[in-house]
Design a protein around this ligand. Structure first.
Ligand SMILES: *Cc1c(COP(=O)(O)O)cnc(C)c1O
Length: 356
């Protein structure tokens, strides 16, 4: 494949918009989609026919490999509208690099950068009315790739479909979350696919997360699969621990997703002279810190909720409560990140990407 041979993007506009039927004050995350979507097929060794078309159902053979072997990866990113009506993305290059890293791990051919950026920016421009102003409002963007070759032999597909969908999202506050530390189930293992945004990673978490829910915990903090001694990350968020004034988070490895929010929080913390330690964080040191009052905060970091403060965690059937900190690290990083994303503050790291 010659990824520098740019193919012309075909744009087929919807005859009318569905936007009038959408109640932007009552959105359920990820369930309403904008008027258009992007589609591009991989066939005969190359990505071809990049097309923006009206959002709608696909016709796919039930024999397609994605349904049998789960060869599929995805991304999650957002577009934001500032008070002047300009639309921005946040560090989109990170998402582009990561989807190809995920694809590589799943034996899916990488997607060309020029087509990705052209499709992404054209799609956001066409559906710009779907990005609402206001801090916290955004258009959630979901690029994904799936194996479409027909055949139930267990081998990598020779055909794929790359798509981008967009879904309006509201500023949402779910309240502080209670989490359970994993002691039996695991999310990922050494040499596995934990570092990839591979579809099956998420399906595999639903059952143990349901068990945690039944006990009153919304999320699980996964631990190392071998001994459950080290804290790794949550289902769709990386996790930070504040012990006194030091921020701790697990190092990136082949078991942990390299989150854009995580690396942005680390950059902001370092700029603000907060000590950040990227190192294995043991369950025992966090339990100990909780017992002696040194554990000030735990929070998750990910594109969907930006920052989610944790109000309690359970381990060995004991629940450890954390006091909500209105002026803590979690709320501070959330505000700093959102202000940059919505063009309400300086952008010292060059993270904003102007679409229009
Ligand atoms: C997507 C994801 C994150 C967060 O990544 P961001 O780039 O910050 O959105 C963290 N952990 C897992 C497992 C994820 O899938």
């Amino acid at each position: 494949m010659n990824s520098s041979t740019k193919q012309k993007l075909d744009i087929q506009k919807a005859e009318s918009s569905r936007i009038g039927q959408v109640d932007f004050n009552n959105l359920t995350f990820g369930s309403t989609f904008s008027d258009h979507m992007f589609e591009c097929d991989y066939k005969d060794g190359e990505w071809q026919n990049p097309t923006i078309k009206p959002y709608g159902p696909l016709t796919i053979s039930p024999g397609a490999k994605v349904f049998h072997y789960g060869q599929a990866v995805f991304e999650g990113m957002k577009a934001y509208k500032d008070d002047d009506g300009k639309v921005w993305l946040f560090r989109p290059e990170e998402n582009f690099n990561r989807i190809n890293k995920s694809s590589k791990r799943m034996a899916i051919p990488e997607f060309p950068k020029d087509i990705f950026f052209e499709a992404l920016t054209e799609l956001v421009k066409i559906d710009k009315e779907w990005v609402k102003k206001g801090l916290g409002n955004s258009l959630y963007i979901r690029p994904f790739v799936m194996a479409t070759q027909v055949g139930v032999s267990a081998s990598p597909s020779t055909e794929y479909k790359f798509m981008i969908l967009m879904s309006p999202a509201q500023a949402y506050y779910t309240g502080d979350v209670k989490v359970e530390i994993a002691e039996h189930y695991s999310r990922s293992a050494n040499g596995g696919v934990g570092a990839a945004k591979a579809a099956g990673n998420y399906g595999a978490q639903f059952f143990p997360t349901n068990l945690a829910r039944e006990k009153g915990f919304q999320q699980v903090i996964w631990t190392d699969a071998s001994k459950h001694e080290y804290l790794e990350e949550a289902g769709t968020m990386n996790v930070f621990f504040r012990v006194n004034d030091t921020l701790l988070t697990a190092p990136i490895s082949d078991r942990i997703l390299d989150g854009v929010t995580r690396k942005s929080v680390i950059a902001l913390a370092k700029r603000d002279n907060i000590t950040v330690e990227e190192r294995p964080v043991s369950v025992s040191e966090i339990v100990e810190a909780a017992k002696n009052g040194n554990l000030k905060e735990i929070f998750g970091a990910g594109t969907a909720a930006v920052i989610s403060p944790v109000s309690a965690f359970s381990y060995h059937d004991t629940v450890y409560d954390l006091e909500h900190q209105d002026n803590g690290f979690a709320m501070r990083f959330k505000k700093e990140l959102m202000d940059i994303q919505h063009n309400r503050s300086e952008d010292p790291f060059g993270w904003r990407y102007e679409v229009l």
